[in-house]
Design a protein around this ligand. Structure first.
Ligand SMILES: [Zn+2]
Length: 378
């Protein structure tokens, strides 16, 4: 390959959008995760904004002895990239519905819902009292991950409490490496330090900035800090237990809200002062972006069913005899789209993701139909 061709190829590999990598479900023998001899499933998904590469890891033991639960010693939902510290790689996120953790339940769905223009995936857990879904999304050039959490009570069940538990090790695994740090949690209202428990004021504590004053990149120590953004609408209260090792955050959500919005930042490589300046300057606009975000896949957001149907029927007519042959396929597609659309509007994320892929898959059919329409109308 000549130099010019090589540089063209390199340019082609750096698109503006978000790169998404779905590692698929992998099974391996348990070591630290559970009892020896058990099989553990792991599924990684990476969302790379071009600025930060975030990887999420869903882990759970599949041994039938756990009777439908999927324990994993360090937690079930982790964030191994950009670093193993900060939002904990093994498990940083739990959601307790009526006191029981949803992330240890069966994974009903885990799939990428968008790539290129934005990067997103969804995970749906089959909690006995509610269907619990989490969508995580990264925007091109974004430094954080937007999160939408939903819970739909099952028929005959009532959700009386929803609590999110977050685990981070700001900047460095201090105690594990026999080092002493100085953990802090700062909100727009207060800066608290270890060992302490900070009680959240939902309307004011819209971001939680976790840093370590000793393990600061400015001192040549640690990876850099991390943060969470909380949309206050669904937050009833909470607290941050600032330990000298892990920092544990509990967020109590209003069960009747049905959904909550959060965002996660990993400021790896940034000095504490740089991360703090970022939050002071941009947390408010990031909160507006979070509240306004439409987490539906692009094809679903852009769907105008009536227009799609009108266009399909006109193309069928224009395609004349060729159209007759394709009519059953087109009618089946329209019926499928209508059905999935109704289910998606009812809050069914599996149907919504199926709808998005049906619309994308139908592009070939429409292309063929348009070609016949043109050929029959010279
Ligand atoms: Zn096990």
């Amino acid at each position: 390959m000549g130099l010019l061709a090589l540089s063209a190829a390199l340019c082609a590999q750096t698109p503006e959008g978000v790169k998404v990598i779905d590692g698929g479900a992998q099974m391996n023998a348990a070591t630290w995760e559970c009892t020896a001899g058990h099989q553990v499933q792991k599924h990684r998904v990476t969302l790379d904004s071009g600025v930060v590469r975030y990887t999420f890891l869903a882990s759970g033991c599949q041994d039938p002895s756990h009777e439908g639960k999927h324990p994993c010693a360090e937690g079930n939902f982790g964030m191994p990239d950009p670093v193993s510290a900060n939002w904990y790689w093994g498990g940083f996120f739990r959601v307790l519905v009526n006191g029981a953790d949803a992330t240890v339940c069966d994974i009903k769905d885990l799939r990428v819902t968008e790539h290129d223009n934005r990067g997103a995936f969804q995970i749906v857990w089959a909690h006995p009292d509610a269907e619990v879904g989490l969508r995580l999304m990264v925007l091109p050039g974004g430094n954080h991950v937007l999160a939408l959490l939903v819970w739909h009570p099952r028929e005959g069940k009532t959700v009386t409490s929803v609590r999110v538990q977050l685990t981070c090790y700001p900047s460095f695994f201090t105690a594990a490496r026999n080092r002493k740090g100085e953990r802090h949690c700062r909100t727009p209202r207060i800066d608290d330090t270890e060992p302490n428990t900070l009680t959240l004021e939902p309307e004011q504590d819209t971001y939680l900035y976790y840093y370590d004053a000793i393990f600061d990149v400015a001192n040549g120590e640690g990876d850099g800090p991390c943060a969470a953004l909380l949309s206050p609408k669904a937050v009833a209260g909470g607290k941050v237990a600032i330990g000298n090792y892990a920092v544990q955050t509990e967020i109590d959500l209003k069960p009747e809200a049905g959904e909550a919005r959060l965002a996660f930042y990993d400021f790896t490589g940034l000095k504490n002062a740089e991360a703090e300046n970022y939050l002071t300057a941009h947390a408010d606009e990031d909160l507006v972006e979070l509240d306004d975000a439409d987490f539906r896949p692009q094809a679903v957001r852009e769907l105008d069913y009536d227009r799609l149907k009108t266009e399909a029927l006109k193309l069928l007519a224009d395609a004349a005899e060729d159209g007759k042959a394709m009519e059953p396929q087109v009618q089946a597609l329209l019926a499928k789209v209508a059905d999935l659309k109704t289910k998606a509007e009812g809050g069914d994320w599996l149907a919504e993701a199926d709808l998005a892929s049906s619309l994308i898959d139908s592009e070939d059919l429409f292309w063929k139909l348009r070609t016949f329409a043109v050929l029959n109308n010279p």
